[in-house]
Design a protein around this ligand. Structure first.
Ligand code: RFL
Ligand code: PHB
Length: 389
């Protein structure tokens, strides 16, 4: 088989890139290790920056997002039984949109079907060949049958555990990592959200987050110890612990119900440099991971897609390779800013096992500064709604 761009990974980064290329007449094949139902069953991100919204519009996939997504003009931060608000729209002129990653992915698959784009599911043994030559190939197997794609470029959109990053030789690749000493236990429940806006809470018992997908579907998280298992947490135990971490009036207003999903995510900061090797480009979680505290993972995958889309359009439509040569540097410059913000926001809101009394006072002082200082609030707001591409 032949195509212009072989895309490894049918998550949001791979699908968005495929659809944007299609709009400009550039052909691609998407290879996905899992089934479509599995990909659509993952509950992940919920907060979209305007940059991602604009890319979905450019891809022709934003109708349902505009009809069903919820525009949020601010967020709430709770600490020591006090709640304050960061007003994104007043501070930056820009809101965020609450619309689940599951729905984004569903819309992108629908568009790919309508465009009759080629997607192979349940592929195995994906291997990239000759990424440092002018004629790369990707080999893989489906149902035991070996196949091969000849292409101009390979986009590695296969997430943190994919094969693309490891194709870059050890002598070239540098990795930077920080693993946090806790995870997030999250549940989804068919209950009305406790608040119209998200609440990020720093409590004595650890971090908690009240989020949502829509007015009937809530998403809540609590910080948990690294080795804990989701199945050891009953719904009742989760709700009790969440209540204890929220301000009293919020806890009293919380509507509980059975969870329809419950899982634990570890927290990690990770960056791989460079993000391009020859004709292979890394995009999204394949190249970087952030702790979810600032809602930056999916949004940073989207900014990579933006740079790569423009680079490939310049190559095919204008005969210019400047964007290709600058892809890694451009993407990484924005990635590191999202890493810094997510690391900072995580440090501000979680309880760390080795935190001294002094460290706790510093955290409290920083939260108090944020509560009372407009410049500090503006810095948070600018990062949260998304730095410019
Ligand atoms: P994905 O979504 O992991 O997709 C990669 C795809 O590649 C496939 N794959 C392979 N395919 C072929 N061959 C192989 N060898 C392959 N290996 C893997 C996988 O099956 C998969 O389908 O990466 P992508 O597309 O880069 O998207 C990244 C986002 O999914 C991720 O950054 C976000 O979900 C992170 N995240 C959040 N991001 C936000 O921007 N806002 C949020 O509010 C937010 N909340 C979250 C999050 C992530 C979470 N978890 C569970 C990690 C909340 C949570 C709890
Ligand atoms: C979510 O709704 O899943 C969510 C929202 C905000 C975050 C992380 C996750 O910072």
């Amino acid at each position: 088989m032949k195509t212009q761009v072989a895309i490894i990974g049918g998550g949001p980064a791979g699908l968005l890139l495929a659809q944007l290329l299609h709009v400009r007449g550039i052909d691609s094949i998407v290879l996905e290790r899992r089934s479509r139902a599995h990909v659509l069953g993952r509950i992940r991100a919920g907060v979209l920056e305007q940059g991602l919204v604009r890319l979905l519009e450019a891809a022709g996939c934003a109708d349902r997002l505009h009809a069903e997504g919820h525009v949020h003009h601010g967020t709430l931060i709770a600490h020591a039984d006090r709640v304050f608000r960061i007003d994104f729209s007043a501070l930056t002129g820009s809101p965020v949109v609450v619309y689940g990653q599951t729905e984004v992915t569903r819309d992108l698959y629908a568009a790919r079907d309508a465009a009759r784009g080629r997607t192979e599911f349940e592929v195995e043994a994906v291997t990239i060949h000759g990424a440092d030559t002018d004629a790369p190939q990707v080999s893989y197997a489906v149902g035991g049958e070996a196949r091969r794609i000849e292409c101009d470029f390979v986009a590695g959109c296969d997430g943190f555990h994919g094969v693309s990053r490891r194709t870059i030789p050890d002598t070239v690749r540098r990795e930077f990592e920080k693993v946090y000493p806790f995870g997030w236990l999250g549940i989804l429940s068919e209950t009305p959200p406790v608040s119209e806006e998200l609440i990020y809470a720093n409590s004595e018992r650890g971090f908690a987050l009240c989020s949502m997908r829509n007015p009937r579907l809530s998403r809540y998280y609590i910080q948990c110890a690294p080795g804990e298992r989701a199945e050891d947490w009953s719904d009742a135990a989760f709700w009790d612990e969440l209540r204890r971490r929220l301000p009293a009036d919020t806890a009293a207003a919380l509507v509980t119900g059975p969870s329809i999903e419950k899982s634990i995510a570890p927290l990690r900061s990770f960056v791989c440099e460079p993000m391009r090797w020859g004709r292979l480009f890394l995009c999204g979680d394949a190249a970087h991971i952030v702790p979810p505290t600032g809602a930056k993972g999916l949004n940073t995958a989207a900014s990579d897609v933006h740079y790569l889309w423009h680079a490939l359009c310049d190559h095919y439509l204008n005969g210019c390779d400047d964007g290709i040569d600058r892809y890694s540097g451009r993407a990484l410059a924005r990635v590191w800013k999202a890493e810094r913000f997510s690391w900072w926001f995580s440090g501000l809101l979680h309880r760390f096992p080795d935190q001294s009394a002094f460290d706790l006072k510093m955290q409290a002082a920083e939260l108090e500064f944020l509560r009372t200082n407009t410049a500090a609030q503006q810095a948070l707001a600018e990062n949260y709604v998304g730095l410019p591409y």
